[in-house]
Design a protein around this ligand. Structure first.
Ligand code: GRF
Length: 204
């Protein structure tokens, strides 16, 4: 089974996936390509270090989101992936893209969805005075950060937390959860039936 990972930045989640792939248990499949929209994304270096094909598609060369996404689809389809993972890919996707990969496109988002869709989630949780925060993994639909939830992990917000300490706590959970969910999907344990995620045949 084959996985394509889309990134824009540091790629620490990508690294967690690579590390999981290199354990004895493995990831249940192989990361066959990493695609970035940013040429200087550090995640591209991580992929190269691991011997994974990399590609950058810069939005500068496209006049519309639809044109960009069509090119992205062409490149992804060359790898015939079973699963496409958004791992800090900082672009809104067109409906054509989302529909093409419906049911095999996952995203990780650093909040307890449906709270704090979009950017600056750690800051917003702190400003709201929340006492917990976390990470969500969901199937991607046309609604930004709005698709069916698969799992969440919570972290406590402590009095002394600031944006970066909270981000670090959440990232620890991200790095545990994304490889786990990826493995479930690749092993055929997790699937989307209509709009309902199922695990081992049971609705989540
Ligand atoms: C993560 O916080 C992820 O939840 C969000 O973007 C960030 C990517 O971080 N979607 P990294 O590039 O994996 O380090």
């Amino acid at each position: 089974r084959r996985v394509v990972v889309l990134i824009s930045g540091s790629g620490s989640n990508l690294q967690a996936l690579i590390d999981a792939q290199q354990t004895e248990e493995g990831l249940g499949g192989e990361i066959c390509a990493v695609i970035s929209d940013q040429p200087d994304a550090y995640g591209l270096e991580r992929a190269k270090q691991a011997g994974i094909s990399t590609l950058c598609i810069s939005p500068k060369n496209f006049s519309s989101r639809e044109d960009y996404d069509q090119q992205l689809i062409r490149e992804i389809d060359q790898f015939q992936p079973d699963l496409i993972l958004l791992a800090g890919f900082m672009r809104i996707l067109s409906s054509a893209f989302v529909l093409r990969y419906f049911g095999r496109l996952l995203n990780i988002h650093p909040s307890l969805l449906p709270k704090y869709k979009g950017l600056h989630t750690h800051r917003r949780a702190l400003e709201a005075g929340d006492n917990e925060h976390g990470v969500s993994i969901h199937f991607v639909t046309e609604e930004l950060d709005g698709g069916p939830l698969i799992v969440q992990a919570k972290v406590p917000i402590d009095l002394e937390d600031d944006e970066s300490s909270l981000a670090r706590k959440v990232q620890v959970q991200e790095h545990l959860l994304y490889p786990l969910v990826t493995r479930w999907f690749l092993q055929g344990r997790l699937q989307l039936k209509g709009n309902q995620p199922e695990f081992d045949g049971h609705p989540l």
